[in-house]
Ligand binder design. Structure first.
Ligand SMILES: O=C(O)c1ccccc1NCC(=O)[C@H](O)[C@H](O)COP(=O)(O)O
Length: 387
């Protein structure tokens, strides 16, 4: 598994047999930072062993990152498992790290998944391992190289915001969701995508998870090959770099990275892969702790604030306002664009998150449920959007 932290090829991979207690992340003293840096050849040896594809230039680059060297690598040196590192960052979602084991065995060890997000991630671990077996890393990297050119997802949002004076729309092509069940029986992803584009969507979000959202990579590929020009977000639960290359090979221009699932080092690693591929990463946060973590990571361009808790399903648009009141200054200083996600149904909802400071919105249910999802766009914004 090509998450930097969650690699079964790594001797530290989930070494604890049960969920370890959260431990304190301490910052290194100045002297200690220098000491760790001076030991970087040893550190590089550790990181190098995480990649079964041999020498990895992205990993090499990460090894030069001061923050990575100083804090996170010292955690590795202390032998903390991925769940230990995640817990120390406030992440409540655990990995089982045993894709081949029967669920009963996993549940015996860890108990049942604590919430739907954890359930999705456990299933994703199995699915990704199957993906590796079907299409090895080298093949998927090659396929990504031969994919159609990347479109500028981030740029499309900025231009649409300027053009329309309302948040740019990322319109979601989603058949079903765990919280809402089936949203649209008669689901034709290409027709929906074309209708969204015709009615002014800046970008599209295509659900690719099959098990919980009835989406597919086939849908992503079909939309990409349908003549639709909008940049495409692959809406997946990314835990492994294999998925990013796979998404690119199917025509994705952007991917979602969920801070509630991914430790900082994985976000950094995946961001660098995106940069290498020319893709945009939408980094999703839901609470203050996640926002603080993400704002410390360099290279972040696009943050999504999800108004829906992926653990409880509670939707509350004031979440966007609260997080932007606290962190708006830093976000503006860093020229990061913010996307308001979930639970937006009418022009008042859009105006509310726009006043809070978002430049884009990600909308699924309120569009896809309508008989004419394209026409529903002017209903959502209270006006027609210009292309
Ligand atoms: O929507 C869910 O039930 C869900 C459950 C677990 C993980 C993710 C989930 N949804 C993803 C999203 O947050 C939405 O697809 C997206 O933000 C659009 O939201 P909406 O406009 O409310 O459909």
């Amino acid at each position: 598994m090509q998450s930097l932290l969650a690699s079964p090829y790594c001797p530290l991979y989930c070494r604890a047999s049960s969920f370890p207690r959260a431990s304190v992340v301490r910052s290194p003293s100045p002297g200690e930072g220098a000491r760790l840096r001076s030991r970087s050849p040893f550190i590089f040896k550790i990181i190098g062993s995480l990649s079964h594809c041999g020498k990895d230039s992205i990993v090499e680059e990460l090894a030069q990152d001061d923050l990575v060297n100083a804090v996170e690598l010292s955690q590795w040196e202390n032998g903390k498992s991925i769940n230990g590192i995640a817990a120390s960052q406030g992440i409540r979602i655990r990995r089982h790290c045993r894709p081949g084991a029967p669920l009963e065995e996993i549940e015996e060890e860890l108990g049942a998944p604590r919430n739907i997000l954890e359930k999705i991630i456990w299933a994703k671990e199995v699915e990704v391992a199957e993906g590796h077996a079907k299409k090895p890393m080298e093949e998927v990297i090659e396929a990504a190289k031969n994919a159609p050119p990347v479109r500028d997802f981030f740029g499309a949002l900025g231009s649409a915001f300027k053009r329309n004076g309302v948040p740019a729309l990322i319109a979601e092509v989603k058949k079903a969701s765990p919280s809402r069940g089936v949203l649209r029986e008669n689901f034709n992803p290409v027709e929906i995508a074309q209708a969204y584009e015709k009615n002014g969507a800046a970008c599209l979000s295509i659900l690719t998870d099959e098990k919980f959202f009835q989406g597919s990579f086939e849908n992503l590929e079909k939309v990409r090959n349908s003549g639709v020009k909008c940049p495409l977000l692959c809406k997946e639960f990314v835990i492994d770099k294999w998925q990013i290359y796979y998404a690119r090979s199917k025509g994705a221009d952007a991917i979602l990275l969920i801070a509630a699932v991914l430790p900082d080092l994985d976000i950094k690693y995946f961001l660098r892969i995106c940069k290498e591929l020319g893709m945009t990463a939408l980094i999703e946060v839901h609470d203050e702790r996640e926002m603080e973590r993400v704002l410390k990571i360099s290279g972040v361009q696009l943050i999504g604030i999800n108004n829906r808790s992926l653990e409880t399903f509670v939707v509350d648009t004031s979440n966007t306002k609260m997080l932007l009141e606290k962190h708006g200054d830093t976000i503006r200083e860093k020229r990061i664009l913010v996307v308001g996600e979930s639970g937006l149904f009418n022009p008042d909802d859009v105006a509310y998150v726009q006043n809070a400071g978002v430049s884009a919105v990600l909308v699924g249910e309120s569009l896809v449920k309508q008989d004419d999802p394209g026409r529903a766009i002017s209903g959502l914004f209270g006006k027609e959007l210009l292309h």
